[in-house]
Ligand binder design. Structure first.
Ligand code: KG4
Ligand code: ZN
Length: 327
């Protein structure tokens, strides 16, 4: 079954056609990153206007050689003014083509980034998933498709948000995550001993506000930002975030004994995080992150994959899924 995925929750206009939840037939992403780099972050009004301009060309390219059987679209969470472009496009396309429409949760879609390209090596449940993106930072226990339990979440900033804010403090530009990771390569990760917040004993929740404040205090004490300071600060900050994230995963593994552990969301592109998790998890569980870097950050293939599994489940329950979406 071929599903058209549509993603416009933030600053990527994306459409993709995916077969049976894993095989990518087309994958088109128009990124607005260069536009938002000028303002150091996403301006919702500017993002929405750009989605309007790019939505149809991106859609046309994605479906040129692949007629879909159903449409999956991100319904949220995200910027409302951006989401509406995707959901309206999906609704119109669904009415014109008489195709079923499947509303998809953006975080759940990120989770399905780990199914893409894995038709011969499907993940096995139960799976512990660390979702780390710009707006979200949770630990999920997934016992089956559509059976997700949040077992930990951030009490303040998400990991990606912390990367973006610290990058701004270090004048590294937008988006912050890749910029910090790049600067960290030439930095000393032991130079600054930033605080690691573990909260109460055994807690699976996260908190990054103390770490962020600590970087801010250090930056304020500097007499200008030298490349050496920026690199050391980026490396030490990244190390602190990765250590807390991977230690929390270890605590959750001991508690839930999952078969697999997955990384999902934009921050799963971080090579240091992958390396540290791999090392700490050892043989306790199968460890996966999205097969391609482009499946980590926002894309429409993950939306289509998620839509496929939720549609298959719904169809199993009731034989006629109507082409009506309740956004
Ligand atoms: O999942 P995503 O594309 O959008 C949201 O749903 O938020 O995640 C974007 C986030 C940004 O905060 C960005 O700085 C972060 O992912 N990110 C990274 C890396 N690449 C993207 N963070 C750390 N290291 C990276 N290599
Ligand atoms: Zn995302």
């Amino acid at each position: 079954m071929k599903i058209l995925g549509i993603e416009t929750s933030c600053d990527e206009t994306a459409c993709a056609v995916v077969e049976d939840g894993t095989r990518i037939l087309s994958d088109v992403i128009y990124s607005q990153v260069d536009l938002h780099a000028k303002t150091g972050g996403v301006v919702p009004e500017v993002a929405a206007r750009e989605h309007v301009l790019k939505m149809i060309p991106v859609l046309e390219e994605a479906i040129r050689d692949h007629a879909p059987d159903a449409i999956a679209v991100t319904k949220g969470p995200g910027l409302v003014s951006s989401l509406i472009i995707g959901t309206t496009t999906a609704s119109v396309f669904s009415m014109v083509q008489r195709l079923p429409i499947i509303p998809v949760n953006h975080i759940e879609a990120h989770i399905y980034g780990n199914w893409l390209g894995r038709e011969n090596d499907l993940p096995e449940f139960p799976i512990l998933i660390l979702t780390v993106s710009g707006g979200h930072n949770e630990l999920y226990l997934m016992r089956g498709h559509g059976d997700l339990e949040i077992v930990g979440e951030t009490r303040d900033d998400a990991a990606g948000e912390a990367f973006d804010k610290v990058a701004r403090l270090l004048e590294l530009g937008y988006p912050g995550g890749p910029a910090i990771a790049k600067a960290a390569i030439n930095g000393d990760l032991k130079k600054y001993d930033f605080p690691r917040s573990y909260l109460e004993k055994g807690s699976l929740d996260f908190s990054f506000s103390g770490l962020k404040t600590s970087v801010l205090d250090l930056v304020k004490k500097q007499d200008g930002l030298t490349p050496e300071f920026v690199n050391d600060c980026a490396a030490s900050f990244q190390e602190a975030v990765c250590e807390v994230l991977s230690d929390k995963v270890l605590t959750a593994i001991a508690k839930y004994n999952p078969k697999e552990v997955h990384l999902a969301g934009g921050v799963s592109a971080n090579l240091r995080l992958r390396e540290m998790m791999e090392e700490k998890i050892g043989g306790r569980a199968i460890f996966r992150y999205p097969k391609e870097l482009s499946y980590c950050t926002d894309n429409a293939a993950m939306v289509a994959a998620c839509g496929y599994y939720s549609y298959s489940k719904e169809k199993h329950k009731a034989s006629n899924v109507t082409p009506v979406a309740n956004f």
